[in-house]
Design a protein around this ligand. Structure first.
Ligand code: ATP
Ligand code: MG
Length: 484
């Protein structure tokens, strides 16, 4: 038998339970990962002690009522070990709606508890006295196989999320799905629509964070699961591109993701890479080497927003990924690369996003299969960005602020101050030399002397310039490309 290295804290919890006369096993993913020589993501202990009894033994614990699990605090910082989940043996009762039931029925034996688990490799229990492995889990670990416990069809009808877990674990562990388990997924994919989007999102996110995310994504496609997660990506299957690409849109998106994974980039970059061309199929015009995808980044941005909201990603992540997709073609929007153009570009995409956008850009380039050298124009843009990086691109970066304007001109708080500030910024964006106290005060005085109507007109011109692309065009495009 393998020499398991159980962390002291976990061993101590088991010992406390055993000394109180209860059984205690390490079980599930942690045993699987130990057998594989991987670091477990979390530790689970199964016991015949009831939740109240567990709590009594571990005063420093949290009881999560809905799942019958007591989380014991170890006081460790390591996030995989800070809480150890101690769960009473249980079987699951009714499965009428294809979901893991909320009602928990306690069981008497570890054998019963193992029988409700999803895959053989996740149904191995360990304690110092010995291993309980009723379904050949150790064997499957050796063979690198994901196999359902018992009848796969029944397992997926009980809880449809297990199908997605199978794909996620396959990618995470570099395993294969055993044939009858795979067939049962193919047969039951549509049951995934009964599963809450949060559970789906969590597994999908784990999949995207594995080193074989691209391969996992292909498996989601092959099994049919993808249509219940991000069906929009399927629109790109078989859609050819133009002379700059050798891959279909689907293949290209996948390869862009693979590049981001290879680089070890975080979730948002991975999702941005995966979705960056999601708008292409809907915007494709013409065919063959000369086809075009005009405005696909705008359509893609809108689609990404919907996808991220549907999957209930936290707003901050959703916004960031949407922004990356929306602006991934940034270079073409710069027009001529003047300093003023670069300042306006930075204002539009946000200087803080430039690094991430360049990462998406790189993933796009490498994922195209015919990577051109890092284009000269892009290098020039970087040089220009560096050159203008200290220049003002928002009103907070102007050399005078609203209060100073009010004092200098004897103005009361009101919209006029805001109008003046935004006209000043607009002019500084065009010419950064205008950003000195003296020049700004002088210009502010001129603006103050104008009639309200004139000033509003100037201010509106600045605002329009900022929003012309964002609004008018987007309304039109929404209608045209079915993103309502
Ligand atoms: P990870 O490495 O991400 O922690 P895991 O397999 O340990 O993967 P957990 O969510 O931590 O996943 O679940 C712990 C254990 O609980 C699993 O190994 C499995 O035995 C059982 N389990 C989890 N989800 C299900 C499910 N949907 N159906 C049946 N058993 C499940
Ligand atoms: Mg786990």
């Amino acid at each position: 038998m393998k020499n398991f290295s159980i962390p002291q804290e976990v061993a101590d919890i088991s010992k406390t339970l055993a000394e109180a006369g209860f059984e205690a096993y390490a079980v599930g993913g942690c045993v699987r990962d130990l057998l594989l020589g991987r670091k477990p993501a979390d530790w689970d202990i199964a016991t015949n002690a009831k939740p109240e009894e567990i709590q009594k033994l571990f005063p420093d614990s949290v009881y999560e009522n809905a799942f019958g699990t007591v989380a014991v605090k170890t006081g460790l910082d390591d996030e995989t070990l800070a809480l150890v989940e101690v769960t009473t043996y249980r079987v699951e009762s009714s499965y009428s709606d294809y979901r893991r039931p909320d009602a928990v029925v306690f069981a008497k034996t570890i054998e019963e508890d193992l029988s409700r688990r999803d895959f053989t490799i996740n149904a191995i229990a360990f304690r110092p006295k010995g291993i309980v492995d009723l379904y050949g889990g150790q064997d499957d670990v050796k063979k690198k196989i994901i196999r359902a416990v018992g009848n796969a069809n029944d397992r997926f009808n009980e809880d449809a999320l297990r199908m997605l877990r199978a794909v996620r674990l396959t990618a995470q562990l570099d395993f294969k799905i055993e044939e009858s388990t795979y067939d049962a997924i193919r047969t039951n994919v549509d049951l995934l629509k009964h599963i809450s989007i949060e559970r789906i999102r969590d597994e999908f996110e784990k999949l995207i964070m594995t080193p074989r995310a691209g391969w996992g994504l292909e498996l989601l496609h092959e099994t049919g699961l993808l249509k219940h997660i991000i069906p929009e990506l399927l629109e790109g299957v078989g859609v050819g591109q133009n002379k700059h690409h050798i891959y279909t849109v689907w293949e290209h998106n996948k390869r862009a993701l693979e590049y981001a994974v290879e680089k070890g980039y975080p979730l948002e970059i991975r999702l941005g890479a995966l979705l960056h061309d999601v708008g292409k199929p809907r915007t494709k015009a013409g065919d063959g080497i000369n086809s075009t995808f005009y405005a696909h980044e705008i359509v893609g941005g809108m689609m990404t927003k919907k996808i991220m909201e549907r999957l209930k990603f936290p707003k901050k992540i959703a916004d960031h990924v949407t922004h990356l997709v929306r602006f991934h073609l940034f270079y073409y929007n710069v027009g001529d690369v003047t300093e003023a153009g670069v300042r306006r570009f930075l204002k539009r995409v946000g200087s803080e996003n430039v690094d991430d956008l360049l990462k998406i850009r790189e993933a796009d380039r490498i994922g195209s299969g015919v990577p051109k050298a890092f284009p000269y124009k892009l290098r020039h843009l970087l040089f220009m960005i560096d050159k203008v990086k200290k220049d003002a691109i928002d009103t907070r970066m102007l050399e005078i602020d609203g209060t100073e304007i009010m004092e200098e001109l004897g103005l009361n708080p009101g919209p006029k101050v805001g109008w003046i500030m935004s006209v000043l910024l607009e002019e500084v964006l065009d010419d950064s030399k205008k950003n000195s106290k003296e020049k700004l005060f002088e210009r502010a005085r001129e603006l103050d002397a104008m009639s309200d109507a004139e000033l509003i007109k100037l201010q509106k011109k600045a605002k329009d310039r900022k929003e012309e692309f964002e609004q008018g065009v987007e309304e039109e495009i929404k209608k045209r490309y079915r993103v309502s």
